[in-house]
Ligand binder design. Structure first.
Ligand code: ATP
Ligand code: MG
Length: 448
């Protein structure tokens, strides 16, 4: 079912009730953007909303129980219908006291930004725009409804939401909004990591993650959720020029595809350069920054309550991010196979990250790197069996190794298993018989 058909259906079911398109869905429609799900507001209470849609919707559910939002789906299109609200804040816990509002006017007044505080009646088509939201849409500005500092004090997450909308829509902060955020940035500490994560994810996956991240740094917001970023302001000499690690990082984020794993890997790939910086006669070094960085990325993403699978994938990409840029024709097939083993099914992502990393370092290196990358790609293809390599395990078990050599359990057995895996990845052994021979040869009596 198309969105407009669903609107017609709802118009019918709410013929004797008020019903307005609101929020992000109306904003996106007015901008001519592909709108996601429908957001609506009504004077009907949640129980009644359910009654009115229950007999024809494919499914109906509650969104955030206490706010009384009803979600529904019909023919693949979703809508969320919320009873008019008039939230008040007690000024102490700063949690909203959710109360039902009497009118659409109350409901719009509690919303965050003028561009999100527009309503359109589904019955008359009339647009209600008490705060000049349409003007701000045209001027491409994010402006608070009401007095910025007071609205931030009610819910400091709005600071990060403002940045998220700038990044998603390509808008700018209205000057008073920017000034109030800069003044109130520390209030972000009152917000849960989960809420911060969700808005930050929005920035990261937007078309302008670099601009959004830059804003969080300039406004002092990043200081409270990822202080590691500010420290990246660090000059680094490269072959042709000085580059700033932070600028390079933001550029890398912009250049990778809009995929959550890749965007976070790009953001954090050089995160420990400040910690690992050293200088000697031969110049500036960042020794082991890819290892230290992978661990630091784990800590940062755990703090942000990101899922364990994402944290692991990002850490793997960072841990190995230097290898592909440094690929040369001299690599043995074993080295190529080792790369395939270490990256597993993240090999494609690692290549995408490497391309962005090189392009963001010095565009002059790009062409030469693309040629090397082309060669690496065809060697990977020639070797084939990428999935098999990624899943390789030692050809013999620990028990079998112990029996073969008459060993007791101990670290020696682990070393031998590592050796077997290494030999297999290098392509020197492929069967159990070859594995046994290799073990006897190297570790049996007479061996080392
Ligand atoms: P998107 O299309 O990205 O979902 P959205 O505008 O719908 O954008 P949501 O977070 O889904 O953003 O919020 C829906 C609406 O609820 C907003 O447009 C805004 O009017 C209101 N809103 C959401 N969060 C807040 C908040 N913290 N303070 C005030 N109003 C809010
Ligand atoms: Mg929304």
């Amino acid at each position: 079912m198309q969105a407009d058909d669903l609107i017609n259906r709802l118009t019918h079911s709410f013929s004797d009730r008020q019903l307005f398109l609101v929020g992000g869905c109306l904003r996106d429609r007015l901008l001519g953007r592909e709108s996601s799900d429908l957001d609506l507001a009504t004077d009907a209470r949640p129980e009644e909303i359910r009654d009115r849609v229950g007999d024809w919707a494919d499914s109906v559910w509650s969104v955030g129980e206490k706010f009384g939002t009803v979600g529904l789906e019909k023919g693949g299109t979703k809508a969320e219908i919320t009873t008019f609200r008039a939230d008040t804040y007690d000024g102490v816990s700063r949690r909203p006291e959710v109360t039902f509002g009497e009118s659409i006017g109350d409901d719009l007044a509690r919303r965050d930004f003028t561009i999100n505080a527009i309503a359109q009646s589904v019955h008359s088509g009339e647009v209600l725009d008490p705060f000049g939201g349409q003007q701000d849409l045209a001027a491409r500005l994010v402006r608070f409804v009401g007095e910025p500092e007071a609205r931030i004090a009610e819910d400091p997450l709005r600071m990060l939401r403002a940045v998220r909308f700038c990044a998603q829509l390509g808008f700018e902060l209205e000057p008073a909004a920017a000034a109030a955020i800069a003044t109130s940035a520390a209030e972000l500490r009152r917000i849960s990591w989960e809420r911060i994560r969700d808005e930050l994810d929005g920035v990261m996956l937007s078309p302008r993650p670099d601009e959004g991240l830059g804003l969080t740094i300039d406004l002092g917001l990043a200081h409270h959720f990822m202080p590691e970023l500010e420290r990246l302001h660090l000059p680094e000499p490269t072959r042709h020029m000085m580059k700033d690690v932070l600028d390079h990082t933001l550029e890398t984020v912009r250049l990778v595809p809009a995929d959550k794993m890749l965007r976070y890997a790009a953001l954090l790939h050089d995160i420990s350069k400040p910690e690992t910086l050293s200088t000697d006669d031969s110049g500036v070094h960042f020794l082991r920054h890819e290892r230290v960085g992978a661990e630091q990325a784990r800590a940062i993403l755990s703090r942000l309550r990101q899922p364990a699978s994402l944290i692991h994938q990002v850490a793997v990409l960072i841990r190995h991010h230097l290898r592909i840029p440094y690929y040369t024709s001299e690599w043995s097939d074993g080295a190529v196979r080792r790369l395939m083993f270490d990256l597993g099914d993240q090999l494609g992502s690692a290549i995408a990250l490497a391309e962005a990393d090189v392009a963001a370092s010095d565009p002059r290196d790009r062409e030469e790197f693309e040629a090397r990358l082309q060669e690496l790609r065809s060697r990977i293809e020639e070797i084939g069996e990428a999935a098999e390599i990624a899943q390789m395990k030692p050809l013999l078990s620990g028990d079998e190794v112990m029996e073969l050599l008459g060993l007791e359990p101990g670290p020696r057995v682990g070393e031998i298993l590592d050796f077997l895996l290494e030999e297999q990845i290098e392509g020197r052994i492929a069967t159990r018989e070859e594995a046994e021979a290799a073990v006897r040869d190297k570790f049996g009596s007479g061996g080392q």
